[in-house]
Design a protein around this ligand. Structure first.
Ligand code: FAD
Length: 456
């Protein structure tokens, strides 16, 4: 009698370079592909609105692709610790495979399920698929995790090169028995009242095929100029692969090796190295999060607990969220975020700095807004980078670095292309006035930060 394998898809919505799926194929039994929406387990962070929109699209694509290859994707909802063992029993699974995730709560859940299933005699195996280096393998000479990027990057360079990606699964042997799943539409991941996702639909096509196409296009056409133009707000010189990596429509191994194949020489090769170092920032953010799983709520540098945040001014927070601050680049960025679900990296820094330093609003409020609006909202990269801007994070910008949005605009949007696209009223005769004085609020921020410097 068949003893099917369950492949539990999580942040790896792809058929290429998917070691869990590969292990199930090698086992040569029917496959039950599972995606489980777990919003009930204690401590699991509920995904944001834009991320839900993406998830719907990516699951639709994955479901179609699994079906085309002979299998079917089963959707279930509930606590993972209950749903996975129940499905194992229901289908009589002999094995369960998944690719690892690195959040604190998720690791505990997975460890618990693994232990329970193994006790029941089920084969369980988990794989490295979503990071190039397992977080416990990169340690300082004194056997501690790294807190600074450059030595971390040097250390990973000395490790064995990331393994080559695995081929796409061409056939997925289906399970003959009956197994019910939820209807994706019933999960209500798409916004309806109101439907605010028009800009997301215009901008993105979730799913593995579009992810692969974008990677190819970027490497063929844009890689050589990446270093030169990556900081410019307009022009789209960067890869736009962040949601693809967030949802695992591409693995970092694919991006890494394809980039090396396109490396070329001279300036082009330098640009390729610059691009790869951004992937290493992604690794760093996840390694830091692995060792500090409460990074979204707790200052990584605990001295920042002494920071004297004033009482939250909700109207200021909303003005920032709506892109009505009266500061051109900040407003342009916040509107790009709302419309497209992403924002240029440097503009993320500028808008975050404005919120934290010019408005003196706790970074956690900004992090939560980005979490809700970003299609690439990532449980490590988002809080890690917010803390970086705040000065409370690993290898963070020094507290006295307050981005000047006007200077940033002159440098990185010299022809106003970005402001024209997202906040054209600033190019008219009567541009809006800033909601706060940038110079005065900068000074106020530095005064407040001196509490941290002097230890409260
Ligand atoms: P590229 O420049 O083409 O870079 C390639 C890849 O490297 C990206 O897709 C991403 O996976 C990774 N990467 C690049 N920069 C960083 C970085 N600073 N930290 C970690 N990984 C990086 N990135 C997210 O993926 N999810 C987030 O939730 C997120 N939140 C952020 C919040 C703030 C306040 C800031 C300042 C940055 C944040 N970033 C986040 C990092 C960065 O802004 C985005 O990864 C980048 O803008 C995505 O565009 P791209 O794919 O074109 O990047």
């Amino acid at each position: 009698m068949a003893s099917p394998s369950i492949v539990w898809f999580r942040d790896d919505l792809r058929l290429t370079d998917n070691p869990a799926l590969r292990a199930a194929l090698d086992r040569d039994e029917p496959i039950v592909a599972l995606y489980l929406l777990d919003e009930e387990s204690d401590g699991v962070r509920e995904i944001g609105g834009a991320a839900r929109w993406w998830l719907h699209g990516s699951l639709t694509s994955l479901g179609e692709r699994v079906s085309e290859r002979g299998g079917s994707l089963v959707l279930r909802r509930g606590k993972a610790a209950e749903v996975v063992p129940a499905l194992v029993e229901e289908v009589g699974a002999g094995a369960v495979f998944w690719n690892r995730r690195y959040g604190g709560v998720e690791r505990e859940i997975d460890a618990g399920i693994k232990e329970k299933l193994r006790d029941d005699g089920v084969t369980v195996a988990s794989f490295a698929a979503n990071l190039l280096y397992e977080p416990w393998t990169v340690r300082t000479q004194s056997d501690k995790p790294y807190g600074v990027y450059s030595p971390f990057a040097r250390a990973v360079q000395k490790l064995p090169a990331p393994r080559p990606p695995m081929p796409e699964a061409r056939k997925i042997p289906g399970f003959d028995g009956s197994v019910d799943g939820d209807d994706l539409g019933a999960w209500g991941l798409l916004p309806t009242k109101p439907d605010w996702a028009g800009g997301l639909r215009e901008t993105w096509e979730p799913g593995e095929p579009a992810a692969k196409a974008r990677l190819k296009e970027f490497l063929d056409d844009d890689l050589g100029d990446y270093s030169k133009y990556r900081d410019e707000f307009a022009g789209g010189a960067t890869s736009n692969l962040s949601p693809r990596l967030r949802w695992g429509e591409l693995s970092p191994y694919q991006v890494w090796h394809d980039t090396l194949e396109h490396r070329g020489s001279g300036q082009h090769a330098q640009s390729a190295s610059g691009f790869l170092s951004e992937l290493v920032w992604r690794e760093f953010a996840w390694h830091v999060t692995y060792h500090s799983p409460d990074i979204a709520t707790v200052n990584w540098r605990r001295t920042f607990d002494a920071f004297p945040w004033p009482e939250l001014d909700r109207s200021h927070l909303e003005t920032w969220q709506q892109g009505k601050t009266g500061v051109a680049v900040v407003d342009a960025g916040m509107r790009q975020l709302w419309h497209t679900g992403v924002m240029h990296n440097r503009v993320r820094m500028v808008t975050a700095s404005f919120l934290i330093k010019n408005l003196l609003i706790d970074w956690r409020h900004g992090e939560q807004w980005f979490w809700d609006c970003l299609v690439d909202a990532d449980a490590a990269s988002n809080p890690f980078n917010w803390q970086w801007v705040a000065g409370s994070g690993a290898d963070a910008a020094p507290y006295f670095r307050v981005f000047n949005p006007d200077t940033q605009r002159k440098k990185f949007d010299p022809h106003d292309a970005y402001v024209k696209e997202w906040a054209p009223e600033y190019l008219g005769e009567n541009p809006p006035e800033p909601m706060v004085d940038l110079g005065e609020t900068r000074k106020r921020a530095l005064d407040a930060y001196s509490h941290v410097r002097h230890g409260g």
